[in-house]
Design a protein around this ligand. Sequence first.
Ligand code: SF4
Ligand code: SF4
Length: 407
Amino acid sequence: MTRSARPERFGAFVPLDSPPALVAVDRILASRLGVDGGALWDGPDPGLGVAVLTAPTEVHVAVTERCPAGCAGCYADATPNGHEPSFAELTDRLDALRAMGVFSVAFGGGEAALRKDIGAVAAHARRIGLSPTMTTSGLGIDAEGASKLTAFAQVNVSWDGPAELYRGVRGYDGASRAEAAIRHLRAAGITVGINTVLTSTNYPHLSRIGEGAADLGAVELQLLRWKPAGRGRLDYLARRLTRAQVDSFGSELRRLAERNSMAVRIDCALVPFLAASGETSPADLARFAVMGCEAGRSLMTLDAHGGPRPCSFWDAPSDDADGTETPAEAWQTAEALLRFRDYAANAPEPCASCDYFTVCRGGCRVVAGAAGDAFRPDPECPRVQHEEARLSEAGTKSASSADDRGD
Ligand code: SF4
Ligand code: SF4
């Protein structure tokens, strides 16, 4: 099956093979490319920024809940005996995703690479027109294992820095195993990226991490914010970046990108830190495809039981999911997804009037949830903190003037 354009209310998504990209085009260009928008194009064009998409463009698929590694911050709380769907269950889910117009799937877990059939699952995805990627700690990837993974468009290996930096983040010595897996994957001709979770302990060594990732031959280094989900909740406050580190994030990122030839990416949850630095304009961030919280907009997750979630870090299963709805039905009706969309459409201040809102979309709901209310602005965004301090100061002033008046 060839990958074809997908009509949307704003126009269409058009997948390109070389360079690999998904391009959003308006109705005029979409028509010129032969796309028929049908009833979707009746009525005014809502614009890409606000349109609810007919389907996610990417779905994160948990292919297992099993993992013996025991990483300190595992957002999935994976264990050696976690649930694992069968090959047939997974391929049925992939077929349903392709039928609804999804373009790419990202396999995670648990440890996805421990599935003996993971290469065959990826090959099935390819066959039906999905572009598969995978995130792994490298566990179980030797030369023979790597040779079975060639259907993947890219494999990202979690590597939080060399030796002691890795141990400081994950709680065990896994750096050399991840490095060996990267070498095996590259030898098998597979495009490899590196995922690095940022904590207060490895952040001061970002330049060393960048050099190490380039030496390992990664095509990209993706930095991720530590999420208070699963085991990551346990010592979140000690692990998260300090306020001084958040304030330096924009300039550190720029330095990292300038010094290394590989691409440097940040995950959705780090976008508020980059936005708050003001280093790069919202238009430039959009041009570089920097995307904040896309959960429920272009992104959905299927957990290991096939249940819909807004994103992989959202660890509450949907209350309304009974396991019988198709992914297409879940996209339209799952309550958690609707709440994410509603938040983005009616964001409170200071996000509503923030210049960066269209890129950032209000920061991370998972972090906000850990602070007490998932549908409040990200409490660690410096702009949000500044606004809260201003309101608190204004409240203190008005209380003290009431006191002065003897109210
Ligand atoms: S104020 Fe809101 S929209 Fe603006 S950068 Fe912070 S979290 Fe993002
Ligand atoms: S809630 Fe949004 S920003 Fe946070 S991890 Fe999920 S997709 Fe990313």
